[in-house]
Design a binder for this molecule. Structure first.
Ligand SMILES: Nc1ncnc2c1ncn2[C@@H]1O[C@H](COP(=O)(O)OP(=O)(O)O)[C@@H](O)[C@H]1O
Ligand SMILES: CC(=O)OP(=O)(O)O
Ligand SMILES: [Mg+2]
Length: 449
């Protein structure tokens, strides 16, 4: 399919297939595009979030931007949603009924694709680029297949729109070889592409720009440690506006634990966990054929805080941890009662592993520590607990501000006692607008009219 240059009247639909969610936003271009490097070149029209996709019933929300930013939209359970493709179909159906938007007005659909391998620029979906993303699916078993199923559904339902893939890996192209390489035979590593790629890059790109605007500092002068803590969680060290290191690796499994992911474990653990580690399973839950071993299935889908507590909802874990705190402290809690604190404390402990490391890698020159992602943005307790041990590095939390982040407007909220370096910030990240922005600023996608 050739690249299509749309009229500037065209709309941009951004689709973000996360591991447990599908987040969709629709934008209109703000003209003139060339003058909008500081402000967003796109204007939000509507937002739809579908969460708990893997643990039914999924929860669906839809709101027009005119009625608020979409953050307070009412949620409803939808039984017919069982995967990302059916979630997208439900959204299109709802869009047709509830919004006065002609689907033919959608010029481009931006798709967040988690693994882009060594391809860094956005790729217009063609047979070749589809196959390229498909061949990387085994390296992002919770993500690339889901994104491809939405791309397929989209091309069928919106044939006049151009689908474009934006990669999570692109932001991390700057990681130097001694950090991205694993200590294995380098000829095998090169032949098979075995290195650290890193993920959540669209989020980190958005956060870097938002923080640079908030601090009124040039992006290229900023040193940040950013935590994207959601169903998938990672940390990124940004040195002078570029990714220096990040906690995920060849796949999004490495680094911090997540909702269903183990994060880093001793690589030998899996052979002691099961005798069938190497056996290949065919993932039937996705349209695309993904070949994962039982080891990958266990570590990606049957681990994380869901495996410890039985829920993927970190808000629930925090609430139950608070309710059982007295019993745990008194040593009278049962194993079942103690599991909430175990999951919470384990997560905080692994976060420290990366904060300490990245602080050293940045030589202690850190302008800000940034919390983002569903947990980082919403959990007062998580931020408070993480900050308890960071006084030794010079980070100090303003507790009252930390407790009222939800009431503060804006994309970035300062929760810091420091006002120079070593600040503590919360950033409401937005991978959809990052893609829409990049799409709006790419001249070849738009006809000069
Ligand atoms: N108030 C809260 N406290 C703690 N965690 C929360 C809260 N609200 C939502 N979360 C967590 O945020 C996570 C979702 O984050 P998000 O970044 O949207 O995930 P993803 O994009 O990976 O699906 C869920 O695991 C949910 O438990
Ligand atoms: C890369 C990744 O883990 O993404 P998400 O948090 O959206 O699942
Ligand atoms: Mg996400």
């Amino acid at each position: 399919m050739p690249e299509k240059a749309a009229s500037r009247e065209g709309l941009i639909l951004s689709v973000n297939a996360g591991s447990s969610s599908l987040k969709i936003s629709l934008y209109r271009l703000v003209s003139p595009v060339a003058q909008t490097t500081e402000t967003d070149p796109v204007e939000l029209l509507l937002v739809s979030n579908i969460t708990n996709i893997s643990t039914s019933p999924a929860s669906f929300s839809f709101s027009l931007a005119a009625h608020g930013s979409g953050r307070e939209a009412k949620k409803e359970p939808v039984e017919s949603i069982h995967d990302h493709a059916s979630a997208f179909a439900h959204f299109l159906d709802y869009l047709g009924r509830e919004a006065s938007i002609e689907q033919s007005q959608i010029a481009h659909v931006c798709h967040r694709v988690v693994h882009g391998g060594d391809s860094f620029e956005p790729l217009v979906i063609t047979k070749e680029s589809y196959e390229y993303i498909e061949h990387l699916s085994d390296l992002a078993p919770l993500h690339n297949g889901a994104a491809l199923s939405v791309i397929e559904a989209c091309m069928e339902a919106l044939p006049q729109s151009q689908s474009i893939a934006y990669f999570d890996t692109s932001f991390h192209r700057s990681i130097p070889p001694h950090i991205a390489s694993y200590a294995i035979d380098q000829s095998v590593a090169k032949k098979r592409g075995l290195k650290k790629y890193g993920f959540h890059g669209l989020s980190y790109a958005y956060i870097l720009r938002a923080v640079s605007q908030f601090l009124q500092r040039d992006q290229n002068t900023l040193n940040l440690i950013v935590m994207h803590l959601g169903s998938g969680a990672s940390v990124c060290a940004i040195k002078q506006g570029k990714s220096l290191d990040t906690s995920m690796g060849l796949t999004p499994l490495s680094g911090l634990p997540g909702a269903t992911r183990s994060g880093i474990v001793d690589p030998s653990l899996i052979f002691h966990y099961t005798n069938r580690a190497g056996r290949v399973t065919h993932d039937q839950s996705q349209a695309v054929n993904i070949h994962v071993t039982q080891a990958e299935e266990i570590l990606n889908k049957q681990s994380g805080w869901n495996a410890i507590t039985g829920t993927t909802d970190f808000g629930e874990i925090t609430k139950r941890r608070n309710e059982t705190a007295d019993k745990v402290a008194a040593g009278t809690a049962s194993e079942d009662e103690a599991k909430w604190k175990l999951a919470f404390d384990l997560f905080v402990d692994r976060i420290y592993d990366f904060l300490g490391t990245y602080y050293v890698k940045l030589g202690g020159q850190v302008d800000a520590l940034v919390f983002s992602g569903g947990i980082g943005e919403k959990s007062i307790e998580l931020r408070e607990t993480v900050l308890e041990k960071l006084g030794c590095l010079g980070f100090k939390l303003e507790e009252a501000r930390n407790a009222s982040v939800d009431k503060e407007p804006g994309v970035v909220v300062s929760v810091s006692l420091n006002t120079q370096d070593h600040r503590v910030l919360v950033c409401r990240t937005d991978e959809q607008v990052e893609m829409a922005r990049q799409c709006a600023l790419e001249k070849k996608f738009w006809a000069d009219d």
